[in-house]
Design a protein around this ligand. Structure first.
Ligand code: ADP
Length: 608
């Protein structure tokens, strides 16, 4: 039995993807704003039929909402061209107008995980209704939600979390003959994975591209182990690197497309990252949802939060969850439960409790993560005494938006083509270094603040979109980046000493020419920064990935504090601890979730 709502959602995801892709080629339309003057206003106390427009400020700038009102009822809500984040804000655009229409009120909940876009739509709809002279008591009344009946569902394999690991596990378990139910607490699939830059490290040993980049599975292994200060689990790292390329091929076999060229992701240390064609992590979910929609006996239940595990005689037999309306959903599994709930970067209390690497990870430090990354699994496995490993290892990136901590607004394209400068206009670190090294260096700078500086080698026209569907020119217009034809002018706009910025760039360019390590030890170069227009955007440290978590063995079985397997319980993805050690290589997370998600799905489906 299919979850109809889920089907609609995934269709919608594909649709909004198409919309965002269409917007890519039309810069002027995506930045169009609705001026208040254009809005038809009504001063009469009587409601008047018509179409009323209001401008909404979303995550990716302004967009227009038009509300058709017949004098008594809202008959249509349309959201205009926008730059909301694919797979996140676009989900609110797709779901919320229907919810408002059904309730005939803006007193509905925001779509979970898409709060900024949701609130923008709700506010704009409210403003449009006010212009129509609608009875605002009626149209803002809190919508009543009737509690649905409790229900019991049965499947061979029950999976908690519809992020990258959960859906890789779901598809694999189904390919191995199991019936599968995935529960997801948010209103959408994707978790943090959908916000990822999309870099997936994998080496096809002996291939032309591996030879061209002097790369091998062994080098990937060595860099991963060394990049985590030799504290990662060697057996699991071996499995990660040896199954990486096979996972890329498996995704391709499901229809996922990757770009031809490999690239070096920040902190990835080597050009071995595969980049999906679709923006951010949406390619993975378009692929998985296509499989799920086209097959029977596999479904995703959204807005369903796992609260506890069902355990009989020490064996995990299912999950008890809360459904969207607060009803109880019991999920019995005959072959096993897979935990794929992600990390805890958004849970400040847990961050502070476990952090051993940073001076503080309190409220002042923001996160790149989605709001559901709250570490629920820790509570779920507590009664089973599951072993938690390396919980203190928490990865930060030096790439957060100063206001939100998000990776949005990040203008970098390739590691090789950009530099970081501080408020004094000076470089301060090897920009090709490990993530922990770069972030620690940023914490030493004035106000923990830096600028990414690059030139038209990265953006030939300025209209090219980053992963978040933003072009640098749009970011400039929103006041989130600056641009100038010369470095002197750029320095003025950045408010940094001109001579320092020029010296930093000149020094960098000299090393690009010589292709030799500079004073910071930087070795990754491709082109100089010498062709205007130049661009700069500010960044701060941000919490990105929790590397500690549940201990598993090579088959993804969860291990308890006595070192024994907890029967019927598997874990994969960011919820697992100890694979990466003290520092995860950029580009290894998407590999991790695909490789271990697949192992979990296969092992659970084939368990007796
Ligand atoms: P990974 O990269 O390991 O797959 P993600 O963050 O992409 O991790 O996905 C984890 C998913 O698990 C998220 O979509 C999150 O909302 C979901 N999740 C977390 N806790 C629960 C829970 N208690 N019940 C259901 N889903 C959950």
């Amino acid at each position: 039995m299919k979850n109809r709502f889920m089907k609609l959602l995934s269709l919608g995801l594909v649709f909004t993807m198409t919309m965002s892709m269409a917007a890519c080629g039309k810069k002027e339309d995506t930045t169009k704003k609705t001026s208040q003057e254009e809005i038809t206003t009504s001063t009469s106390s009587d409601a008047k039929g018509g179409t009323y427009k209001a401008s909404a400020k979303g995550f990716g700038g302004e967009f227009e909402v038009s509300v058709a009102f017949d004098g008594e009822k809202i008959t249509d809500i349309k959201v205009g061209e926008n730059s909301e984040t694919p797979g996140v804000g676009t989900v609110a655009i797709e779901q919320l107008p229907g919810k408002i229409m059904d309730a005939q009120s803006v007193g509905v909940d925001a779509v979970s995980g898409c709060t900024v876009t949701s609130n923008a739509i709700l506010e704009a709809t409210k403003s449009a209704l006010e212009q129509a002279g609608a009875d605002m008591n009626k149209f803002t009344a809190v919508a009543k939600v009737e509690q649905a009946e409790d229900e019991t569902l049965n499947a061979d394999v029950v999976i908690v979390g519809a992020g990258g690991a959960g859906l890789a596990a779901a598809v694999t378990a189904h390919q191995n003959g199991a019936s599968v139910i995935v529960v997801e607490k948010m209103a959408k699939v994707g978790g943090n994975t959908i916000l990822a830059g999309g870099a997936m490290n994998a080496v096809d040993d002996g291939s032309e591209e591996a030879i061209a980049h002097d790369d091998s599975v062994e080098l990937h292994y060595e860099q991963t182990i060394k990049g985590g200060d030799n504290t990662g689990d060697a057996e699991l790292v071996r499995i990660l690197v040896e199954n990486a390329h096979d996972s890329v091929e498996w995704l391709q076999s499901l229809g996922m497309e990757f770009k031809e060229e490999l690239f070096t992701v920040t902190g990835g240390l080597w050009p071995r990252a595969h980049k999906p064609v679709d923006p951010v992590g949406t390619g993975f979910f378009n692929t998985y949802m296509k499989y799920i929609d086209n097959n029977e006996n596999i479904e995703v239940r959204l807005n369903t939060k796992a609260d506890s595990l069902i355990v009989e005689d020490g064996v995990v037999k299912g999950v008890v969850a809360t459904g969207e309306t607060g009803n109880k959903v019991t999920l019995n599994s005959s072959k096993g439960v897979i935990l794929a709930t992600g990390g805890f970067s958004k849970n400040v209390e847990l961050r502070e409790k476990y952090n051993t690497q940073w001076a503080t990870l309190g409220e002042t430090i923001k996160s790149t993560n989605h709001s559901g990354a709250t570490g629920d699994a820790i509570g779920l496995v507590e009664p089973l005494n599951a072993e938690l490993v390396q919980m203190g290892n928490i990865q930060l990136l030096p790439l957060g938006d100063p206001e939100t901590g998000s990776l949005s607004g990040n203008i970098e394209t390739d590691v090789e083509k950009r530099i970081f400068v501080n408020k004094e206009g000076n470089r301060f670190v090897d920009e090709g270094a490990r993530r922990d090294v770069m972030t620690a260096a940023l914490f030493e700078q004035t106000d923990n603040y830096m600028w990414i500086v690059l030139d038209s080698h990265s953006y030939p026209t300025g209209n090219e979109k980053n992963n978040f569907n933003e072009s640098p020119l749009e970011l400039v217009e929103q006041g989130r980046a600056v641009t100038a034809d010369t470095l002197e002018e750029l320095a003025k706009k950045m408010n940094v000493p001109e001579e320092n910025l020029i010296k930093a760039v000149e020094d960098f360019n000299a090393h690009v020419e010589k292709k030799e390590a500079d004073a910071f030890g930087r070795t990754l170069y491709s082109e100089p920064i010498n062709q205007g227009p130049y661009y700069a955007a500010p960044r701060v440290p941000t919490v990105h990935h929790t590397m500690g978590g549940i201990k598993i063995n090579k088959d993804t079985e969860v291990i308890n504090q006595d070192g024994d397997v907890i029967k019927g319980l598997y874990a994969a993805g960011e919820v697992v601890g100890g694979i990466h050690g003290t520092n995860r290589l950029g580009g290894n997370a998407l590999t991790d979730i695909a490789v271990f998600g697949r192992i979990a799905g296969e092992t659970a489906a084939n368990s007796k």
